[in-house]
Design a protein around this ligand. Structure first.
Ligand SMILES: [Zn+2]
Length: 254
């Protein structure tokens, strides 16, 4: 059995059997994989406490059908800055849970790997602003091929330009022209423009979301993501709880 080195981000960790851990990780080269870390629950020796959510590791694994066998791990970074702040832990956990739930298994996606790594890098040094989470989400949907239609009508395909307001429907798959959009959520041109600009820059911390735009973008993104999931994300409940408990926390600052 050949051992392979995998640069990976840990997406989730669960106790498994008596002494083992079941780990979902996103490998730069092989995509999302699930593996067993034998003895990792009982002894920290082999994995040195490295198997933590959103840690970036160099894993030694034996790739095979079904569950990958995990042999060892070297830490690249555990993103220590994120771990000092509940709101940032919540945000990083959310990004990883989203990847865990929506990535197909065993399909490489280096672009998405770079996006997730860039978000974690950003959170390691900066507070978790909601605008950055929205920036991550629109780019995440785009890379996975789930981007809502923003420049044409999701109903009839007509090109959308020069209007002040649009309708939005997650079920239809994006913006709707006035003809198709009766009863849909209204969205301003400013929000559409900002979301489109988010897709053109790959850099976190570069976009400024005014409050109305942030709220509208949030409605679009929440609905576009919810429609892809069979059940709600645990991390989203945690984020909302934090938001409720800490009205002045950095979670809310756009
Ligand atoms: Zn239409």
């Amino acid at each position: 059995m050949r051992t392979t080195e995998c640069e990976s981000i840990i997406l989730g960790v669960m106790d498994y059997r008596e002494a083992d851990r079941l780990v979902t990780f996103f490998c730069h080269e092989h995509g999302k994989l699930r593996g067993v870390a034998r003895g990792a629950k009982r002894s920290r020796q082999r994995f040195g406490g490295a198997l933590e959510p959103f840690a970036r590791l160099c894993l030694q694994v034996v790739l095979k059908e079904g569950l990958t066998q995990m042999q060892g791990a070297d830490i690249i970074t555990i993103y220590p800055g994120i771990r000092t702040d509940l709101a940032r832990i919540g945000c990083a956990g959310y990004a990883c849970e989203l990847a865990d739930r929506l990535l197909p298994e065993g399909v490489a996606n280096p672009r998405l790997f770079r996006l997730l790594a860039a978000f974690l890098e950003f959170l390691d040094h900066s507070p978790c602003a909601e605008s950055e989470r929205r920036f991550f989400e629109i780019n995440f949907l785009n890379v996975l091929g789930y981007r809502p239609a923003l420049d044409y009508c999701a109903g009839c395909g007509a090109e959308l330009a020069g209007m002040e307001r649009y309708g939005f429907s997650a079920a239809a798959g994006g913006l709707l022209c006035p003809h198709c959009g009766t009863g849909a959520n209204p969205v301003s041109a400013a929000t559409v423009d900002l979301l489109q600009r988010c897709l053109k820059t790959g850099r976190f911390g570069a976009m400024d979301f005014p409050p109305e735009v942030l709220a509208e973008a949030g409605t679009i993104l929440d609905a576009s993501i919810a429609i892809l999931l069979s059940r709600p994300l645990n991390s989203l409940a945690f984020l909302s709880e934090l938001k409720g408990q800490m009205p002045d926390s950095s979670v809310q600052n756009g």
